[in-house]
Design a protein around this ligand. Structure first.
Ligand SMILES: [Zn+2]
Ligand SMILES: [Zn+2]
Length: 422
């Protein structure tokens, strides 16, 4: 990975792609076509998600609106690999997500969010080989770069390189704490705490002054009682409020630091993998495991997917929307060039259970495997692979052997597959 200063002239292109992707996603979430800009893994995950929602009889609508401040942050970090340049670009917007069944509305939430994307583009001086397997952006059929440039075998569409790239590899949605809202909420809470502590203390003050410290003038007793009550009540109310806020802040910090404590082990193991597979990067890996997790939980039967060698655990089977918040690598074993990696995914998910939709912060352990005798094929996707024996291209997402020559296709020899989810 190379971190370099961002080249100013490329900002506008990236912004254009970003805006286009947002429009396509909006359209997709409102029943439209698959976003053309989405990379192959992301497309597949989105397709599986829609199938799952349909089979559950749910309709998910998602409206993305500009918040008025059309802020787009073009990341000042991007990472290069042999062929691609991957940029991180995000913007602020307002998202209303509503989910309903045919009878009723089950969930509605409006939040200010930041939506970030990883946009992959070709490096200016590189050109991937014509044999790179790639899906037709128009009909989705498996093909190769060379074929798509002359014309798709299935739908006949012809593509320019500029139409095949850039691609969006991953997207992240972070909800924002609304500060103005929070301030108002704090003021209301403080008032409530003060009132409930001051009133009893004032009553207690009056009573105790009337009967305990008898002075000749009753009104003085009452005034002392009131003043003492306000003072004591105010102090108690303030203290209780302060404690509550402190705990809330700590809980919030714990929430936003999810996975933060494991940065050292993540870096250590990422480095270990990189020593064996020079093309490996934690960014590439992050986007890969996000897609794998989404595919596994969105699919009807995870073990039928080529990329998944295990079943989806029950606690994850009711997930209908998964957003990665953070991840950490907790272990990595390499034996005979088979690399087994343990990761923890920290996610924000929507679960659908017993007719109800719940938003949860989740943590799942996942083990992934890849043979690292071959260097990572950076544009690889199971949606369009070329058979190592006969060279034919086919969609390997749901088949275990080449449909042309019947040779067993070993998925973990080409890309990461899931071997366990807990
Ligand atoms: Zn096509
Ligand atoms: Zn074959």
């Amino acid at each position: 990975m190379n971190i370099q200063d961002f080249n100013i002239t490329e900002h506008s292109d990236l912004e254009e792609s970003y805006k286009k992707f947002i429009r396509q996603m909006s359209n997709w979430y409102n029943g439209g076509e698959l976003p053309e800009l989405a990379g192959q893994d992301l497309r597949f995950a989105l397709e599986l998600q829609r199938q799952k929602l349909q089979s559950l009889g749910l309709d998910m609508q998602c409206n993305l609106k500009n918040t008025g401040s059309p802020e787009i942050h073009v990341g000042d970090i991007f990472f290069n690999d042999r062929i691609f340049k991957n940029s991180f670009i995000g913007g602020n917007m307002n998202m209303t997500r509503s989910i309903g069944s045919s009878q009723s509305s089950l969930y509605e939430n409006t939040s200010d969010i930041s939506l970030s994307t990883v946009i992959q583009n070709l490096k200016t001086d590189t050109r991937p080989s014509a044999s790179v397997a790639l899906c037709c952006p128009h009909c989705g059929a498996p093909s190769t770069l060379g074929e798509l440039e002359s014309s798709c075998k299935y739908c006949g569409t012809k593509f320019l390189m500029s139409e095949l790239y850039p691609k969006v590899m991953n997207f992240f949605i972070y909800k924002k704490e609304d500060r103005a809202d929070n301030d108002a909420k704090n003021k209301r809470e403080l008032k409530k705490y003060l009132t409930v502590s001051i009133i009893p203390m004032v009553i207690f003050g009056i009573i105790s002054n009337l009967f305990v410290h008898q002075t000749p003038i009753m009104i003085v007793n009452i005034i002392y009682g009131i003043l003492g009550g306000i003072l004591a009540g105010g102090m108690i109310g303030g203290l209780v409020f302060g404690f509550k806020k402190l705990f809330e802040t700590l809980a919030l910090m714990g929430n936003s630091l999810r996975g933060g404590g494991k940065i050292a082990s993540t870096l250590l193991y990422a480095n270990k993998i990189k020593k064996n597979d020079p093309e490996f990067s934690s960014e590439y890996f992050r986007d890969k495991i996000t897609s794998l997790f989404r595919m596994a939980v969105y699919s009807k039967e995870a073990s039928e997917l080529a990329c998944c060698k295990c079943r989806c655990p029950e606690k994850a089977a009711d997930i209908i929307e998964a957003q990665l918040y953070n991840f950490s690598i907790t272990d990595c074993k390499i034996k005979d060039m088979v690399c087994d990696v343990d990761v923890i995914l920290y996610l924000d998910c929507l679960h659908y259970n017993n007719g109800k939709i719940k938003s949860k912060t989740d943590k799942f352990k996942m083990r992934v495997r890849k043979h690292i005798k071959n260097e990572t094929d950076l544009s690889f996707s199971f949606a369009a692979v070329s058979c190592p024996s006969c060279g034919a291209s086919f969609d390997a997402r749901n088949v275990k052997a080449c449909p042309y020559c019947n040779n067993v296709y070993l998925h973990e020899e080409h890309d990461w597959v899931i071997t366990e989810i807990r």
